[in-house]
Design a protein around this ligand. Structure first.
Ligand SMILES: Cc1cc2nc3c(=O)[nH]c(=O)nc-3n(C[C@H](O)[C@H](O)[C@H](O)COP(=O)(O)OP(=O)(O)OC[C@H]3O[C@@H](n4cnc5c(N)ncnc54)[C@H](O)[C@@H]3O)c2cc1C
Length: 394
């Protein structure tokens, strides 16, 4: 059981840091909902790392601060509502803690210091064209040849592969056994010969996703994490590391603030939308859902703090948190009306020279972008299945 530090003082310290350190161009990019460039991310990483706040949830011996779950959630909330970039959880919440738990000493020494310094970016190579929700059917193949695995196949929807230095990847090392028992967890240098990254531009105009192709890529056997064919259990436990962030309270509050801003600025029939019944009703409904989500999330935080099992019902947080994000974006687009329709690709890139747009030109993009929240990390249907089977016993 951990003792909570004074969260109010902690919040004040965070606010001061953000006010003094967050570069204005990065704040403007995030506020408008434009895509943060790699250069902007790296600048923000360096500022956080200098403060010791890039991987504060890691244990101290690996460069962390040993923050509690509650501190992490306050950090997420404050950084989101103050328009800081959302940190890449694949790097900081997934592979970092995975290497701390399962990595060899050599893997830890090679990767943890640059991750903690914010200079090594990772992507996650799980999904394939025919393996998404049914991940165990993945087919990218790794054959052992001397001191290497030779990897052939492809991955899809790989977020930010174009920024990534490394990928953690699930590969099939045995095709003769039950699907889950023939999967291994490999660390792959994205600069290896034989890798091709093909961007997929989303309906939102951002280039987040990629296809990644492996043509007989040689991966040294030292880059295997855990034992051969044990990758499935590592892949599953990796998801645990961020379960308590699934409600995305900070991301929801960021959107609530945008909706409020639009509500007071947009005029309909001579009065701000905030005074119009249709907008007030929807805004109030979403705020209540947010309060309920936060209260629900607090139950799980308390369980974690007191060392109790989190339980499968934590899927509720993912389900409701992602649906609520979409509802905020729908409200923003409905409120802005035709002004939210046009957008240009250039206006969506964080470090373009365009003047900071107001919220309207990127509203449709943000709304399209939000569709992914109910798919990534286990779709809503999969969360319903988990709740039905494991919680309700249906
Ligand atoms: C924003 C975003 C970022 C992503 N980033 C990454 C990444 O970095 N790396 C990576 O590997 N992958 C990534 N993904 C891919 C993601 O993991 C998959 O999209 C997800 O697992 C769903 O798989 P799929 O797209 O193949 O859909 P499918 O699994 O084919 O599902 C299609 C539809 O069928 C439904 N369905 C499927 N199975 C069931 C079932 N058993 N019961 C009921 N309904 C079902 C689904 O809910 C969905 O509506 C990302 C996806 C998104 C949206």
């Amino acid at each position: 059981m951990s003792h909570e530090p004074d969260l109010a003082a902690f919040r004040t310290e965070l606010r001061r840091f953000i006010r003094e350190q967050l570069p204005p161009d990065i704040k403007a990019t995030v506020r408008a909902g434009r895509q943060v460039s790699l250069a902007q991310f790296l600048r923000w990483h360096a500022l956080l790392a200098a403060q010791g706040w890039l991987v504060p949830h890691w244990p101290r011996e690996h460069g962390g601060q040993g923050w509690s779950v509650a501190q992490r959630l306050v950090f997420d909330e404050e950084t989101c509502t103050a328009d800081c970039p959302e940190l890449n959880s694949i790097t900081f919440d997934m592979i970092g803690p995975t290497l701390i738990r399962y990595g060899s000493r050599a893997q830890q020494a090679r990767h943890l210091p640059p991750i903690a310094a914010g200079t090594q970016w990772w992507c996650q190579g799980y999904s394939e064209p025919d393996a998404g929700s049914d991940l165990a059917s993945l087919r990218a193949r790794a054959r052992r040849q001397g001191g290497h695995y030779v990897v052939t196949g492809s991955k899809i929807w790989t977020s930010y592969a174009q920024y990534a230095d490394w990928m953690f990847c699930l590969v099939r090392t045995d095709g003769e056994v039950k699907p889950q028992e023939g999967i291994s967890f490999l660390l792959i240098d994205m600069r290896s010969p034989g890798i091709a990254v093909r961007p997929i531009v989303g309906i939102h105009g951002w280039s987040v996703f990629n296809e990644v192709f492996f043509d007989a890529v040689q991966v040294p056997v030292e880059n295997l994490v855990g034992a051969e064919n044990q990758g499935w259990s590592i892949a599953k436990s990796l998801l645990e590391f961020e379960r308590l962030k699934l409600a995305r309270i900070g991301e929801n509050k960021r959107r609530a603030a945008r909706a409020r801003e639009i509500g007071w600025r947009e005029i309909e029939n001579g009065e701000p939308l905030m005074r119009r019944p249709w907008f007030r009703r929807r805004y109030a409904d979403l705020q209540m859902r947010l309060i309920a989500l936060e209260a629900n999330s607090a139950r799980f935080i308390e369980r974690s703090r007191t060392g109790q099992p989190i339980g499968a019902e934590v899927s509720m947080l993912k389900l409701r948190g992602s649906q609520l994000i979409q509802a905020w974006e729908d409200l923003a687009v409905d409120a802005l009306g035709p002004a939210s329709l046009p957008y240009s690709g250039a206006a969506l890139v964080g470090d373009s020279d365009l003047p900071t747009p107001d919220l309207a030109p990127t509203a449709s993009s943000r709304r399209f972008l939000s569709r992914g929240f109910t798919i990534a990390g286990g779709s809503s249907e999969i969360q319903h299945n988990i709740l039905a089977k494991q919680v309700l016993g249906l």
